[in-house]
Design a protein around this ligand. Sequence first.
Ligand SMILES: Cc1ncc(COP(=O)(O)O)c(C=O)c1O
Length: 386
Amino acid sequence: MSAFDVDAISLASLHQRASAKWRAYEPDVIPAWVAEMDFPLAEPIAAALHDAIDRSDVGYRWIGELPDALASFADATWGWNINPEHVIVLPDVLTSIAQAILLLTAPGDGVVVNTPAYPPFFSTVRDLCGRELVDVPLLRDPSGHYELDLEGLAAAFARPEVTAYLLCSPHNPTGLTPSADTLATIAELALVHGVAVIADEIHGPLAHPGTVHTPFLTVSSGDLTAVSLVSASKAWNIAGAKCAQMVAGSTRVMDIMAERVPLEVTYATGHFGVIASIAAYRGGGPWLEQVRAQIAANAHAVHEHVTASLPSVRFVPPASSYLAWMDFSATGIAGDPAEFILERSRVAVSAGPTFGAGCDGFIRLNFGTSPAILAKVLSRITHSLP
Ligand SMILES: Cc1ncc(COP(=O)(O)O)c(C=O)c1O
């Protein structure tokens, strides 16, 4: 039995939403930019939030059973054994990344990032934390397939100023989902060079059926300084509720974090975020299974459409999540393809150049929607191309 009816989703009802995705553009634009999905809220989450409203339970967050709920979910999903006492609850993953960088590195240190990169990584590392960003671009083969550059990472980790690596696994925007072997190699390299690993694993629960997401802390030694940043926000589409979890890789790292993460930062976590996250980890499994199957089917549909109707576009379907990283550089569009698509197709996508150097001809398209809306998006883009 399905958790929801994907064909019942309509643009008219989505336009009633007041979130960033639906309010940033004119009503005739179909938004396919920011990473929010169009599926209805998972029923156990909706029930938990309705109950809270009915109790007038809108005060400050209380962490309660969230670490236990996360630990049970991680064990059942990945065989990842989390010590609930090694979990710090924070408002969101970007705040968690900033705290990890601030507490595990020193001003002016180098933090390694792999471009193309989720755009807020740049401002978080440089502006918020005052660290140097050291780019080790992903390797891309002629077919458009991406891999982590292990030699490049080894060389960067050997630089004296580099003290941390911001790993994004699964990777936004490419959907690259590194193997356990690759992650174990990275963990060893980081340990040898004394580099802390900050693993953003927010897209982990959205690995497509048949893809294995390996939590970084399951392959790294406790001697490595490492944290994993997880959240129900992306997988269950509750980003506005504001709740993420930092999992420390060892008691030593937990002691650093517990002592130094400011209490007021942990209190910025949303009470609804905690309630929704517990409901997601405890009862959101059937909904998540349907979403994983749907986004995998959508990735396939995008690929089929590109092959049949957009042969000048290069696109390799992602192994995780609902973001399509598409190379429009051979389409003949002059300038930024995202601008062109917004103007001519009335579809809002994310602009490639914001993901780093060398991304000029690219767009990121969010396909976390119904097959009918996705078909409309693809048809609008196809009909406006030169
Ligand atoms: C890789 C990655 N990290 C972090 C975030 C932001 O997460 P949060 O809203 O919890 O800060 C996103 C959002 O799309 C993301 O894709």
